[in-house]
Design a protein around this ligand. Structure first.
Ligand SMILES: [Zn+2]
Length: 324
């Protein structure tokens, strides 16, 4: 994990320096912008995700320090822990709680959302929408959360004391890196254009990998009883709403920070992701033994096709037979 973190953070720093201080032509800036997005996504998948789950290290201060890598790349780790660890992990794929399946009416990701005419084309435009989501996250969402302390209609505690300081410092560092330093060296339209490329590429990669685990044909979309209670036990709910993919791809295992092992991640989110390939066959075997449906797509491409078909079916309003 330390080696991997070193490689990823060094790639991020090197690419940033080359892009901001050395690139002088569009054909240098564009590929660097894409690599910077890749490094940003790699920080998200491999470093901040584990750290915010306290799975990066046995030492709390190491987890806290690594969790702040999210603030470095533009998101607040404080709000993330509420959005992801609490609402998403507790209520996977449950409308009204899991904000990952809420595209503000612009996309229909669950059969329990009402269908609108625009959704007919969502299998084509959702990918671009995923790109815009990160720009919204950077420039609007965290500030809105700081003011309202409401997430998907649920209240959560505002940051306090040192948490405010960390939140504010994170925003200052990110905005300085993303805008202040580049604007001192380049015209506004260049900075805005390159920012849009980095942020939207980050958003597409980030959203696609998260969607392949929960918004595919094989995943379940249970409802709560209206008071936040689920019919099935917690562990069964976690397994049935998550789908693994590309379990045997060494590249996917290294790059995706265990997000291709979401079943294992949702059951054991405080175990570091490097252990998931070893745990997965045991979890699968146990699920089969107890009659719990365990789903995975063999490759990244298969998962991507399943997400595409899911978007198309929901957009058209096809009758959906949900896995029981
Ligand atoms: Zn997680």
């Amino acid at each position: 994990m330390y080696f991997k973190t070193g490689v990823i953070l060094a790639s991020f720093a090197l690419t940033y320096v080359l892009l901001v201080f050395f690139a002088t032509a569009w054909w240098q800036a564009l590929p660097l912008a894409v690599v910077l997005a890749l490094a940003t996504v790699a920080i998200g998948f491999n470093v901040m995700h584990d750290a915010n789950h306290e799975a990066y290290s046995d030492r709390p201060w190491v987890n806290q320090a690594m969790a702040m890598s999210l603030d470095l790349v533009g998101g607040s780790s404080y709000f993330w822990r509420w959005k992801h660890n609490v609402f998403h992990h507790t209520f996977v794929n449950v409308i009204g709680y899991d904000t990952d399946i809420n595209l503000a009416g612009l996309g229909r990701l669950t059969p329990h959302h009402p269908r609108a005419w625009i959704h007919r084309w969502q299998h084509l435009y959702c990918w671009l929408l995923y790109g815009v989501m990160v720009i919204k996250w950077h420039l609007f969402d965290d500030f809105r959360l700081a003011v309202t302390a409401q997430m998907g209609g649920h209240r959560f505690p505002r940051p306090r004391g040192a948490q405010w300081v960390a939140l504010f410092a994170g925003k200052v560092v990110f905005l300085t890196l993303a805008f202040a330093i580049p604007l001192a060296l380049h015209p506004l339209w260049v900075v805005a254009g390159i920012y849009a490329v980095v942020a939207s590429t980050t958003g597409i990669m980030l959203a696609v990998v998260f969607q392949l685990a929960h918004c595919v044909e094989e995943a379940g979309f249970p409802l709560d009883d209206g008071a936040g209670r689920m019919e099935k036990p917690w562990a069964v709910h976690q397994v049935e709403t998550s789908v693994d993919f590309a379990r045997h791809s060494r590249l996917a295992c290294w790059l995706l920070g265990g997000l291709n092992f979401q079943i294992e991640h949702h059951l054991f989110s405080r175990i570091c992701h490097v252990n998931y390939p070893a745990i997965a066959p045991i979890v699968e075997q146990t699920c089969r033994e107890f009659g719990v449906s365990y789903h995975y797509n063999p490759t990244f491409a298969a998962a991507l096709r399943s997400h595409y078909r899911w978007l198309r079916a929901l957009g058209r309003g096809d009758a959906i037979a949900l896995p029981s």
